[in-house]
Design a protein around this ligand. Structure first.
Ligand SMILES: [Zn+2]
Length: 68
């Protein structure tokens, strides 16, 4: 997947080896959520990752510069 243009190559249907399911637009199997990341939930997965990065960046900045 290209991080700048948010374009990724999608294979139409692929079998997940972890849960043995056919997934449309399969990207990967997420062990944290025990769920496949495919075409239907890929946008929500990207929003989750960007949210995690924003929280971690905020924590790092505040812990560095906001100490009294
Ligand atoms: Zn899976």
């Amino acid at each position: 997947m290209c991080a700048f243009s948010l374009q990724f190559s999608i294979k139409p249907v692929q079998v997940c080896n972890s849960c043995n399911a056919n997934v449309l637009g399969f990207d990967h199997h997420c062990p944290s959520f025990e769920n496949c990341i495919g075409q239907k939930n890929h946008l929500m997965f990207m929003i989750l990752i960007i949210g995690f990065l924003a929280v971690e960046a905020t924590y790092t900045i505040c812990s560095t510069y906001c100490e009294q």
